[in-house]
Structure formats: C-alpha cells, structure tokens
Design a protein around this ligand. Structure first.
Ligand code: NAP
Length: 244
C-alpha cells in the first residue's frame, strides 16, 4: 500500500493501521524526513515491512520516481491512498493570488491525478496488472465550501471528488475500485498550516458529535474502502465528519 503524505496526521495513522493489517507499506513525504522515518521505524519494531520515499506529488518526475522506488522495493502497489494535501492561511478570495492557487491545486489535484495515473498503469487488468484499489482523501470542505477560510482548498477537494467518481467508472471493468473519504475536523497539524492552531479546540463543541475526529478514525474508513469488505463500493465517497 502506497500512502502519500504518510509521514504525519491521517496518512501516518493509515500507514500504521495498514501495517498492523499485514500490508507492506510505502509512505511518501515532502520535507519532514524524521517524521517519515519514525513511522517506518515503528512499523519495523512491530515486525512489519515499510519504506519511506521523498517525493513532491505535484511534480510528475517525482511521482514517476516514487512509484518506481515502490516497484523495486515492495513490488507494484495494490492500494494507493492519495492522502497528501495542503491548505494555506485562512483568508478571503480577495487575497488569493495565482501562486497560492498553483500550490494548492498542484498538490491536492495534480498530485492526486498523477499518482492515480501511475497506480492505474500498474493495476489495470487491461495492462496485465492484478487490479487494485485507490482511496482518495477529500474533505467535507468540498461540500461546505470553507467560506472565509480557504475556498481554494475546498474547490481542490471538490476536484478530488470528481476524480473519484469519474475514474471509478473509467476503470471499473479493469479490476480497480476508486473511492474516497471526506474527513471533517480531524486533530492533525494541518490546522496550524492555516494559521489557526486553535481551530479544532474552538470548533469541536459545535460539531454534531461534540468532538473532533482522530486520524485513526479516518484511517479505519480508508482501510475499509481499500479492503475486500468494500468489494461492491466504487465511486463511493464516505463522509467521516462526525455529522458535520
Ligand atoms: P498534515 O498533518 O498536515 O500532513 C500532511 C502530509 O502530507 C505530510 O505527510 C506532508 O509531508 C505531506 N505532504 C504535503 N505536501 C506534499 C506534497 N506536495 N507531496 C508529498 N507529500 C506532501 O495533514 P492531515 O491533516 O493529516 O491531512 C491529510 C489529508 O487529509 C489531506 O489531504 C487533507 O486535505 C485531508 N483532510 C484533513 C482534515 C483535517 O481536519 N485534518 C480534514 C479533511 C481533509 P511533510 O510533513 O514531509 O511535508
């Protein structure tokens, strides 16, 4: 299982759970090599198999090299979790410039497309592959729009939803299922990236379940969609938002 952005937050929780379920795991990261190494070390400590690969999912040559590294170390990925995602400081549309749009859409949209492409090239039964599963990590923001915070991020996640539905139909007859999770407010570092480290604490009481979600709760949904238990799900987008 290849998990992009598997070094921290939801991706790290997914990697650790996947290893406990018996998957050999590849985690990708962009900057924080130490965090990726800690995930890999923890999996090794428990007798699992894991590697870390540095790659910017928004750069085509990095994505091609990352999949090749996984081929060489573990064999072609049977599951791709398109988890790497970024947001930027909370602001209104008036303050969003071209460079920011490129950064958000390069990682969240182009990254998901390029990784899915490399996965399909390996998994498709039409190309001699053994089939597989892709799980995209979208966001409740795709439907809520994130007004006053980051509508660019919300729009990028709406694109991930469209990728999920379209690609699911495109490769359904080729042994590949494509699904997504839409997490709500989950306790990770991403909120600090938006310049609002207190966001989870401030909003949690207003959520229907009265609390934020944990990365592990999202990981369980991802692992289920990737598993044979979800064999009749494709093009499905599962909200993991505590009712939000
Ligand atoms: P996080 O804690 O900020 O971790 C982000 C991960 O993505 C890190 O491993 C980071 O690696 C990696 N990454 C960032 N840019 C990358 C790039 N260009 N190429 C490769 N890796 C990259 O985030 P998170 O909260 O776990 O979020 C994971 C996913 O869930 C994202 O897609 C996010 O949009 C989505 N989500 C999160 C929430 C939430 O409340 N937390 C809610 C809805 C959806 P480095 O550390 O090396 O930079």
């Amino acid at each position: 299982m290849l998990i992009t952005g598997g070094s921290r937050g939801i991706g790290a929780a997914t990697a650790l759970l996947a290893a406990r379920r018996g998957y050999a795991v590849a985690v990708s990261y962009l900057r924080d090599e130490g965090a990726a190494k800690r995930v890999v070390d923890e999996i090794h400590t428990h007798g699992g198999t894991a590697i870390a690969v540095r790659a910017d999912v928004g750069r085509e040559e990095d994505v091609v090299r990352m999949f090749q590294a996984v081929d060489d170390a573990l064999g072609p990925a049977a599951v791709l979790v398109n988890n790497a995602g970024v947001l930027e400081r909370q602001t209104r549309l008036e303050h969003i410039d071209e460079a920011r749009l490129h950064r958000i859409f390069s990682t969240n949209v182009a990254g998901s497309f390029l990784c899915a492409r490399e996965a399909v090239r390996r998994m498709s039964t039409l190309r001699g592959g053994g089939g597989g599963a892709i799980v995209n990590v979208s966001s409740r923001a795709a439907q809520l729009g994130s007004p006053g915070e980051y509508i660019d991020y919300a729009a990028s996640k709406a694109a991930v939803d469209a990728l999920t539905v379209g690609l699911a139909k495109e490769v359904a007859a080729e042994g590949i299922r494509v699904n997504a999770v839409r997490p709500g407010i989950i306790e990770t570092d991403i909120h600090a990236s938006g310049g609002d480290p207190g966001r989870v604490e401030r909003l949690k009481a207003s959520l229907p379940l009265g609390r934020a979600g944990s990365p592990e709760e999202v990981a369980h949904a991802i692992l289920w969609l990737a598993s044979k238990e979800a064999s009749y799900c494709t093009g499905s987008i599962l909200d993991v938002g505590g009712g939000r």
